[in-house]
Write a protein that binds this ligand. Structure first.
Ligand SMILES: Cc1ncc(COP(=O)(O)O)c(C=O)c1O
Length: 376
């Protein structure tokens, strides 16, 4: 079995004054610890509740959480019920189980690169061949896409591209994996239907070829490890069996916590998160405008956590990272997200985690590193 390090941790060199644009972690100020405390206290103290919360439960997930997630999906245009849901340990497990179920080693996965390193790691670990949409021929086993606020590019697919992907899945019989951990975090622009919403809209969720991978990691807390897969019930049954073999079930207690979080004004928490990340994005874009103009071009994401930068004059991002780390700033070079020969002069800046008051200083350090490298 072949596995490789993500290339992201390598960029996360720690030193006390390091300004890190590398981590795609949520802002910990958004963790609603008091609300969580109240939910947890309730679970452990209400009569009969602790016995339930600390016991084994259904392999696909507790009914209350499946129902809450169906309500959430309904708001996003997907009509489903508890039989269409599998609760996973983060969306990463959903991705792994789906790939495991539908692709034997040697089969093709259609994936646009650059792309989320965790997806590349899954495909590589399972011995799958990754191909670009244009190079794909025959019948791929899987199509993988992050339609909203892509990791690492921050870009979103337009409606045509979304419909084309659904067409393509039905034409080839491939399973379309819609990985959407950032979808609720839209700051501006038009909200577009997701791939499963479009697919199920053509018939029903039972005729869809799309599996939706969701997560509470970016809107609540990644430490909870709550993710979910939504899809046709025959596929969900198969995946539930695989999950059982792997880890029996997701923790009952943490699922109960998630129910409490979703029932306690979740929409308001998402609004708060959107407003924090919107202003973080704006601060980073302003810092780039002020200090990095002429040294590269960058995206303006309508949501999510990431800005994708193309360095001017083909300057190499890995070489820049070495200099940048010396100056006390880091990021993830583009080569972590696909072939370094294609993405060598790109880099991903995350605006989700580092203190905003450091953004200006961080980008200034980056500009100094760029200037030194360009002058060599
Ligand atoms: C595109 C994408 N998919 C999946 C994940 C995994 O998230 P989770 O914490 O839900 O496993 C991430 C995390 O960064 C991500 O960016």
């Amino acid at each position: 079995m072949r596995t490789r390090p993500s290339g992201i941790r390598a960029a996360q060199t720690e030193r006390p004054d390091m300004i890190s644009f590398s981590k795609g972690h949520p802002d910990p100020a958004l963790f609603e610890t008091r609300r969580l405390q109240a939910v947890i206290d309730g679970l452990l103290s209400e009569p009969g509740s602790a016995e339930d919360s600390l016991q084994y439960s259904a392999g696909a997930g507790i009914d209350g959480l499946c129902r809450e997630l169906c309500k959430l999906m309904q708001l996003r245009g997907v009509d489903c019920d508890a039989g269409n849901v599998l609760i996973t340990n983060g969306s990463q497990q959903g991705l792994f189980l789906s790939a495991l179920a539908f692709a034997d080693a040697g089969r093709q996965v259609v994936v646009r690169q650059p792309v989320y390193t965790g997806a590349l790691q899954v495909f590589e670990t399972l011995g799958l061949e990754t191909v670009e949409p244009k190079a794909a021929g025959g019948t791929p086993a899987l199509i993988y896409e992050i339609p909203n606020f892509h990791n690492p590019t921050g870009a979103s697919l337009d409606l045509d591209a979304r419909n084309r992907l659904v067409d393509y899945a039905h034409r080839t019989g491939a399973i379309l994996l819609e990985d959407d951990p950032y979808g609720l975090l839209r700051f501006d622009g038009e909200d577009l239907p997701g791939l499963l919403a479009l697919d199920a809209g053509r018939g029903s969720i039972e005729t869809a070829r799309t599996l939706f991978l969701g997560s509470l990691s970016k809107t609540v807390a990644p430490g909870l490890r709550i993710g979910w897969i939504i899809g046709p019930r025959d596929i969900i049954s198969k995946l539930t069996l695989l999950k059982y073999v792997q880890d029996i079930q997701s923790g009952t207690f943490v699922q109960q916590v998630a129910v409490g979080v979703l029932q306690d004004d979740f929409a308001q928490s998402v609004e708060r998160a959107k407003s924090v990340y919107r202003s973080r994005r704006d601060r980073l874009l302003a810092a780039l405008e002020t200090h990095f103009t002429g040294r590269g071009r960058w995206s303006r994401p309508e949501g999510g956590f990431f800005v994708w930068v193309e360095l001017a004059d083909g300057v190499n991002a890995s070489a820049l990272l070495t200099k940048a780390i010396e100056k006390g700033v880091n990021f993830v070079p583009g080569g972590a997200f696909g072939p370094p020969e294609r993405f060598g002069s790109y880099l991903r800046l995350s605006f989700s985690h580092t203190g905003v008051d450091d953004f200006d200083r961080g980008v200034r350090r980056l500009a100094e590193a760029y200037d030194e490298l360009a002058a060599e």
